[in-house]
Write a protein that binds this ligand. Sequence first.
Ligand SMILES: [Fe+2]
Ligand SMILES: [Fe+2]
Length: 308
Amino acid sequence: MTPGEYRSRFTEWDRRSWVRSKPRRDSPFTAGGHYFSPELCPLSACPEVRAASDDVRSALLVHSLYLHLEFTVRLEMGPVNEICALLRSPGFLPWLPAPMKDDVLRIYTDEAGHAEMSNKLKSAVLAETGVVPIDHRPRFLTELAALYSAELPVYRPLVKLFFAIVSETLITGTLTKLPKDPSVQPAVRELARDHAADEGLHHAFFRQLFELLWPRMPFPLRRKIGGLLPRVIHAFLWPDEPALLSVLRSMPGDFADPARIVAGMSASERTRDGMLRNAKPTLRMLRDNGVFADPPVAQAFLDAGLLA
Ligand SMILES: [Fe+2]
Ligand SMILES: [Fe+2]
Protein backbone atom coordinates (compact mmCIF):
# COMPACT_ATOMS: atom_id res chain seq x y z
CA MET A 1 0.00 0.00 0.00
CA THR A 2 1.21 3.52 -0.77
CA PRO A 3 0.23 6.75 1.06
CA GLY A 4 -1.80 7.81 -1.99
CA GLU A 5 -3.98 4.71 -1.61
CA TYR A 6 -5.29 5.66 1.84
CA ARG A 7 -9.08 5.41 1.94
CA SER A 8 -10.71 7.49 4.66
CA ARG A 9 -13.62 5.89 6.47
CA PHE A 10 -14.45 9.18 8.16
CA THR A 11 -16.12 10.99 5.24
CA GLU A 12 -19.46 10.71 7.06
CA TRP A 13 -18.01 11.14 10.52
CA ASP A 14 -20.35 14.03 11.42
CA ARG A 15 -23.31 11.73 10.82
CA ARG A 16 -21.89 8.43 12.11
CA SER A 17 -19.70 9.23 15.10
CA TRP A 18 -21.27 8.61 18.49
CA VAL A 19 -19.99 11.82 20.04
CA ARG A 20 -21.03 13.91 17.00
CA SER A 21 -24.47 12.54 16.24
CA LYS A 22 -25.91 10.10 18.75
CA PRO A 23 -27.63 10.85 22.05
CA ARG A 24 -26.17 9.95 25.41
CA ARG A 25 -27.55 6.52 26.31
CA ASP A 26 -29.02 6.64 29.76
CA SER A 27 -31.74 4.02 29.80
CA PRO A 28 -32.95 3.37 33.35
CA PHE A 29 -31.53 0.31 35.08
CA THR A 30 -33.92 -2.64 35.25
CA ALA A 31 -34.56 -4.84 38.28
CA GLY A 32 -32.75 -8.16 37.92
CA GLY A 33 -30.74 -7.15 34.84
CA HIS A 34 -27.10 -8.21 34.77
CA TYR A 35 -24.53 -5.43 34.76
CA PHE A 36 -22.16 -7.49 32.62
CA SER A 37 -22.45 -10.66 30.60
CA PRO A 38 -21.61 -13.75 32.71
CA GLU A 39 -20.15 -15.29 29.54
CA LEU A 40 -17.60 -12.46 29.34
CA CYS A 41 -16.62 -12.47 33.01
CA PRO A 42 -13.38 -14.47 33.25
CA LEU A 43 -14.24 -15.65 36.78
CA SER A 44 -17.76 -16.87 36.13
CA ALA A 45 -16.74 -20.41 35.14
CA CYS A 46 -14.69 -20.95 38.34
CA PRO A 47 -16.35 -23.55 40.60
CA GLU A 48 -16.14 -21.31 43.71
CA VAL A 49 -17.90 -18.52 41.84
CA ARG A 50 -20.56 -20.83 40.42
CA ALA A 51 -21.27 -22.06 43.94
CA ALA A 52 -21.65 -18.51 45.32
CA SER A 53 -25.04 -16.90 46.08
CA ASP A 54 -26.95 -14.90 43.44
CA ASP A 55 -26.10 -11.66 45.25
CA VAL A 56 -22.38 -12.40 45.23
CA ARG A 57 -22.40 -13.37 41.55
CA SER A 58 -24.35 -10.20 40.73
CA ALA A 59 -21.80 -8.09 42.59
CA LEU A 60 -18.98 -9.82 40.65
CA LEU A 61 -20.68 -8.83 37.41
CA VAL A 62 -20.86 -5.22 38.58
CA HIS A 63 -17.11 -5.37 39.31
CA SER A 64 -16.50 -6.90 35.86
CA LEU A 65 -18.30 -3.94 34.31
CA TYR A 66 -16.24 -1.50 36.40
CA LEU A 67 -13.00 -3.18 35.28
CA HIS A 68 -14.09 -2.97 31.64
CA LEU A 69 -15.10 0.69 31.96
CA GLU A 70 -11.93 1.71 33.81
CA PHE A 71 -9.86 -0.20 31.23
CA THR A 72 -11.64 1.81 28.52
CA VAL A 73 -11.13 5.19 30.21
CA ARG A 74 -7.42 4.57 30.84
CA LEU A 75 -6.80 3.05 27.38
CA GLU A 76 -8.48 5.89 25.49
CA MET A 77 -6.99 8.71 27.55
CA GLY A 78 -3.65 6.92 27.80
CA PRO A 79 -1.81 5.10 25.00
CA VAL A 80 -4.45 5.43 22.27
CA ASN A 81 -4.89 9.19 22.47
CA GLU A 82 -1.20 9.75 23.23
CA ILE A 83 -0.50 8.02 19.91
CA CYS A 84 -3.22 9.98 18.12
CA ALA A 85 -1.56 13.19 19.33
CA LEU A 86 1.83 11.92 18.20
CA LEU A 87 0.51 10.87 14.77
CA ARG A 88 -1.00 14.34 14.31
CA SER A 89 2.30 16.09 14.99
CA PRO A 90 3.96 17.14 11.71
CA GLY A 91 7.35 15.66 12.59
CA PHE A 92 6.18 12.10 13.33
CA LEU A 93 5.83 9.86 10.24
CA PRO A 94 5.76 13.01 8.07
CA TRP A 95 5.06 10.91 4.97
CA LEU A 96 1.58 9.99 6.23
CA PRO A 97 -1.02 11.41 3.82
CA ALA A 98 -2.74 14.62 4.97
CA PRO A 99 -6.20 12.95 5.15
CA MET A 100 -4.76 10.51 7.72
CA LYS A 101 -3.41 13.38 9.81
CA ASP A 102 -6.93 14.89 9.65
CA ASP A 103 -8.70 11.63 10.51
CA VAL A 104 -6.53 11.01 13.54
CA LEU A 105 -8.12 14.04 15.21
CA ARG A 106 -11.53 12.47 14.63
CA ILE A 107 -10.35 9.29 16.35
CA TYR A 108 -8.92 11.39 19.20
CA THR A 109 -12.32 13.04 19.62
CA ASP A 110 -14.19 9.70 19.49
CA GLU A 111 -11.89 8.20 22.14
CA ALA A 112 -12.32 11.14 24.48
CA GLY A 113 -16.08 10.64 24.13
CA HIS A 114 -15.78 6.90 24.86
CA ALA A 115 -13.77 7.67 28.00
CA GLU A 116 -16.29 10.24 29.24
CA MET A 117 -19.31 8.03 28.55
CA SER A 118 -17.68 5.00 30.18
CA ASN A 119 -16.80 7.10 33.22
CA LYS A 120 -20.37 8.41 33.44
CA LEU A 121 -21.82 4.90 33.30
CA LYS A 122 -19.45 3.79 36.06
CA SER A 123 -20.73 6.59 38.33
CA ALA A 124 -24.35 5.77 37.48
CA VAL A 125 -23.88 2.07 38.32
CA LEU A 126 -22.21 2.95 41.62
CA ALA A 127 -25.15 5.23 42.52
CA GLU A 128 -27.64 2.51 41.57
CA THR A 129 -26.01 -0.56 43.14
CA GLY A 130 -23.87 0.80 45.98
CA VAL A 131 -21.11 -1.66 44.88
CA VAL A 132 -17.88 0.28 45.40
CA PRO A 133 -15.24 -0.18 42.64
CA ILE A 134 -11.85 -1.46 43.75
CA ASP A 135 -8.96 0.96 43.50
CA HIS A 136 -6.58 -0.41 40.87
CA ARG A 137 -4.23 0.34 38.02
CA PRO A 138 -5.28 -1.69 34.96
CA ARG A 139 -2.79 -4.46 34.28
CA PHE A 140 -2.20 -3.44 30.66
CA LEU A 141 -0.68 -0.15 31.84
CA THR A 142 1.80 -2.00 34.06
CA GLU A 143 2.69 -4.33 31.18
CA LEU A 144 3.06 -1.47 28.74
CA ALA A 145 5.29 0.42 31.18
CA ALA A 146 7.49 -2.69 31.53
CA LEU A 147 7.79 -3.08 27.75
CA TYR A 148 8.51 0.60 27.45
CA SER A 149 11.24 0.82 30.07
CA ALA A 150 13.01 -2.27 28.67
CA GLU A 151 13.69 -0.41 25.41
CA LEU A 152 16.08 2.41 24.56
CA PRO A 153 14.29 5.80 24.44
CA VAL A 154 14.54 5.87 20.64
CA TYR A 155 12.28 2.78 20.35
CA ARG A 156 9.70 3.75 22.98
CA PRO A 157 7.29 5.72 20.76
CA LEU A 158 7.24 2.71 18.41
CA VAL A 159 6.36 0.36 21.26
CA LYS A 160 3.44 2.59 22.18
CA LEU A 161 2.46 2.99 18.52
CA PHE A 162 2.28 -0.78 18.05
CA PHE A 163 0.36 -1.13 21.29
CA ALA A 164 -2.19 1.33 19.85
CA ILE A 165 -2.26 -0.51 16.51
CA VAL A 166 -2.87 -3.84 18.25
CA SER A 167 -5.55 -2.47 20.56
CA GLU A 168 -7.31 -0.60 17.77
CA THR A 169 -7.34 -3.53 15.35
CA LEU A 170 -8.91 -5.80 17.98
CA ILE A 171 -12.60 -5.27 18.51
CA THR A 172 -12.89 -7.38 21.61
CA GLY A 173 -15.64 -9.83 22.44
CA THR A 174 -16.74 -7.42 25.14
CA LEU A 175 -17.78 -4.79 22.63
CA THR A 176 -19.34 -7.18 20.13
CA LYS A 177 -21.03 -9.62 22.53
CA LEU A 178 -22.34 -7.32 25.27
CA PRO A 179 -24.96 -5.68 23.01
CA LYS A 180 -26.32 -9.12 22.05
CA ASP A 181 -26.81 -10.47 25.60
CA PRO A 182 -30.48 -9.85 26.48
CA SER A 183 -29.77 -10.52 30.18
CA VAL A 184 -27.60 -7.37 30.39
CA GLN A 185 -28.85 -3.91 31.41
CA PRO A 186 -29.94 -1.86 28.32
CA ALA A 187 -27.70 1.08 29.32
CA VAL A 188 -24.64 -1.20 29.28
CA ARG A 189 -25.58 -2.84 25.97
CA GLU A 190 -26.22 0.52 24.30
CA LEU A 191 -22.87 1.89 25.41
CA ALA A 192 -21.04 -1.15 24.04
CA ARG A 193 -22.99 -1.03 20.75
CA ASP A 194 -22.25 2.66 20.13
CA HIS A 195 -18.61 2.18 21.07
CA ALA A 196 -18.22 -0.85 18.77
CA ALA A 197 -19.69 1.12 15.83
CA ASP A 198 -16.99 3.81 16.19
CA GLU A 199 -14.27 1.22 16.69
CA GLY A 200 -15.14 -0.37 13.36
CA LEU A 201 -13.95 2.83 11.65
CA HIS A 202 -10.87 3.09 13.86
CA HIS A 203 -9.96 -0.49 12.95
CA ALA A 204 -9.91 0.44 9.25
CA PHE A 205 -7.65 3.44 9.96
CA PHE A 206 -5.12 1.53 12.07
CA ARG A 207 -5.03 -1.40 9.68
CA GLN A 208 -4.11 0.96 6.86
CA LEU A 209 -1.56 2.67 9.11
CA PHE A 210 0.02 -0.74 9.76
CA GLU A 211 0.04 -1.60 6.05
CA LEU A 212 1.79 1.67 5.24
CA LEU A 213 4.25 1.54 8.11
CA TRP A 214 5.37 -2.10 8.25
CA PRO A 215 6.99 -2.37 4.79
CA ARG A 216 8.78 0.96 5.35
CA MET A 217 10.49 -0.26 8.50
CA PRO A 218 14.00 -1.66 8.02
CA PHE A 219 14.18 -5.44 8.38
CA PRO A 220 16.03 -5.45 11.78
CA LEU A 221 13.39 -3.12 13.22
CA ARG A 222 10.57 -5.33 11.89
CA ARG A 223 12.21 -8.32 13.55
CA LYS A 224 12.61 -6.45 16.83
CA ILE A 225 9.04 -5.09 16.96
CA GLY A 226 7.61 -8.35 15.58
CA GLY A 227 9.21 -10.20 18.48
CA LEU A 228 7.55 -7.84 20.97
CA LEU A 229 4.06 -8.12 19.48
CA PRO A 230 3.04 -11.32 21.33
CA ARG A 231 3.64 -9.54 24.64
CA VAL A 232 1.71 -6.53 23.40
CA ILE A 233 -1.26 -8.73 22.46
CA HIS A 234 -1.05 -10.56 25.78
CA ALA A 235 -0.89 -7.27 27.72
CA PHE A 236 -4.06 -6.12 26.02
CA LEU A 237 -6.12 -9.33 26.08
CA TRP A 238 -5.18 -11.38 29.12
CA PRO A 239 -7.56 -11.02 32.09
CA ASP A 240 -6.44 -8.50 34.70
CA GLU A 241 -5.31 -10.99 37.35
CA PRO A 242 -4.23 -8.42 40.02
CA ALA A 243 -7.54 -6.55 39.69
CA LEU A 244 -9.60 -9.75 39.85
CA LEU A 245 -7.65 -10.80 42.94
CA SER A 246 -8.51 -7.46 44.58
CA VAL A 247 -12.17 -7.92 43.67
CA LEU A 248 -12.30 -11.36 45.31
CA ARG A 249 -10.38 -10.09 48.34
CA SER A 250 -13.00 -7.37 48.77
CA MET A 251 -15.46 -10.20 49.57
CA PRO A 252 -13.57 -12.07 52.32
CA GLY A 253 -16.71 -13.69 53.72
CA ASP A 254 -17.49 -15.31 50.37
CA PHE A 255 -14.12 -16.39 48.95
CA ALA A 256 -11.64 -18.07 51.28
CA ASP A 257 -8.76 -18.41 48.82
CA PRO A 258 -8.87 -15.71 46.09
CA ALA A 259 -5.35 -16.50 44.82
CA ARG A 260 -6.33 -20.10 44.08
CA ILE A 261 -9.44 -19.01 42.18
CA VAL A 262 -7.45 -16.57 40.01
CA ALA A 263 -4.71 -19.15 39.40
CA GLY A 264 -7.39 -21.66 38.31
CA MET A 265 -8.87 -19.09 35.93
CA SER A 266 -5.44 -18.33 34.42
CA ALA A 267 -4.69 -22.01 33.87
CA SER A 268 -8.04 -22.77 32.25
CA GLU A 269 -8.54 -23.51 28.57
CA ARG A 270 -11.50 -21.11 28.55
CA THR A 271 -9.17 -18.19 29.34
CA ARG A 272 -6.60 -19.20 26.69
CA ASP A 273 -9.30 -19.81 24.08
CA GLY A 274 -10.83 -16.43 24.87
CA MET A 275 -7.54 -14.66 24.23
CA LEU A 276 -6.98 -16.52 20.95
CA ARG A 277 -10.50 -15.78 19.74
CA ASN A 278 -10.12 -12.09 20.54
CA ALA A 279 -6.66 -11.91 18.95
CA LYS A 280 -7.89 -13.24 15.58
CA PRO A 281 -8.45 -9.95 13.70
CA THR A 282 -4.96 -8.70 14.58
CA LEU A 283 -3.31 -12.07 13.87
CA ARG A 284 -5.02 -12.09 10.46
CA MET A 285 -3.69 -8.61 9.71
CA LEU A 286 -0.17 -9.66 10.74
CA ARG A 287 -0.36 -12.82 8.61
CA ASP A 288 -1.71 -10.91 5.59
CA ASN A 289 1.29 -8.57 5.83
CA GLY A 290 3.89 -11.30 6.03
CA VAL A 291 4.88 -10.72 9.67
CA PHE A 292 5.13 -14.46 10.35
CA ALA A 293 7.39 -15.02 7.34
CA ASP A 294 10.38 -14.15 9.53
CA PRO A 295 11.13 -17.35 11.51
CA PRO A 296 12.21 -15.70 14.83
CA VAL A 297 9.02 -13.62 14.85
CA ALA A 298 6.87 -16.65 14.06
CA GLN A 299 8.64 -18.52 16.86
CA ALA A 300 7.83 -15.74 19.37
CA PHE A 301 4.14 -16.10 18.45
CA LEU A 302 4.36 -19.89 18.71
CA ASP A 303 6.01 -19.65 22.13
CA ALA A 304 3.24 -17.33 23.30
CA GLY A 305 0.59 -19.81 22.15
CA LEU A 306 -0.72 -17.35 19.57
CA LEU A 307 0.07 -19.48 16.50
CA ALA A 308 -0.96 -23.07 15.92
FE1 LIG B 1 -12.76 3.73 21.78
FE1 LIG C 1 -10.64 3.36 18.95
